[in-house]
Each structure stands twice: as C-alpha cells, then as structure tokens.
Write a protein that binds this ligand. Structure first.
Ligand SMILES: [Zn+2]
Length: 149
C-alpha cells in the first residue's frame, strides 16, 4: 500500500520542535537547538533546526525532516512515522507496543486468510461431484430420498 501525498503533506506540517517537546527532549537554543541525542547521548551532538525543520545527530550520523525524525526516535518505518505524525497511530511507547502486538495478530490473520483463499481457489466446483447430490438432498429437504446411482 502506498501512502497518499496528502498524508505525507499532513505529516510534514508537524513541526520538528513539536515532536522534540512531545518526547520531553530538552535542547538549548532558539532556531538551531542543540542537546544530547535521545538515542546515543552526548551533550550537544543532536540538533534540530526549527527554521529548516530538520534534525541531525553527529553521533548516529542520521538526519532529515520530521518524518525521518520520528523514524529515528521510534525506530519505525516511513509509513508508521507518517501514521504517528498524522495521529493515526498513538506515539506513546506503551500504546505503540500494543499496536505492534495487534499488527502481529493482523499478520497471522492475513496469513490464515490467504491460506483460506488458496484452499478455496484450489477447491473444485460442486457440480458433477457427490457434493452436488448432497446439496440437492439438503436443499430439497428430501431426507429419505437421497439420490443414488
Ligand atoms: Zn545520536
């Protein structure tokens, strides 16, 4: 599934400082804000630029826009980051685990569904088989008159 441009736009409209503040990450400065990296530590290796709406970590050698920032902080993929930014997925870590758990079940169900579909496609049509006789018998309710050959 591809992500709609409107979702990416909506995600980009979230300011990087909003994510930083929301995660309780303390940085110094106004436009160019520095501080310890939430991932690798240090004292001033992590920075965001509120004008350019970018982040950068010299320790992790990672940087980019707000979507990349969420990917960086949460270790999620682009699609998940967009979902978190647009509020489709709770960004709270505990809730996130719950979501991951649910999506795990989703995978299992999808597999079962695929399997069921394969079995269904692999099955033969009832016509011309004993199943047809059986269905005739059931549908017509002629319990005592099951057709025999
Ligand atoms: Zn880092």
């Amino acid at each position: 599934m591809t992500i709609g441009a409107e979702i990416i736009d909506a995600a980009h409209r979230i300011p990087v400082e909003h994510i930083i503040n929301g995660r309780g990450i303390k940085l110094r400065g106004k436009i160019e804000r520095l501080g310890p990296c939430p991932i690798c530590g240090g004292t001033d290796r992590f920075s965001i630029n509120t004008k350019k709406q970018l982040f950068n970590c010299r320790g992790c050698r990672k940087g980019g826009d707000v979507i990349a920032l969420v990917q960086f902080l949460d270790g999620c993929d682009f699609r998940e980051a967009c979902a978190i930014l647009t509020g489709e997925t709770p960004s709270h870590s505990v809730e996130r685990q719950a979501v991951e758990c649910v999506s795990g079940i989703g995978d299992y169900e999808r597999q079962q569904h695929d399997k069921a579909q394969r079995l269904w496609r692999g099955s033969k049509a009832a016509a011309g088989t004993p199943v047809e006789n059986y269905l005739h018998w059931r549908l017509n309710g002629n319990a005592g008159q099951c057709r025999r050959r």
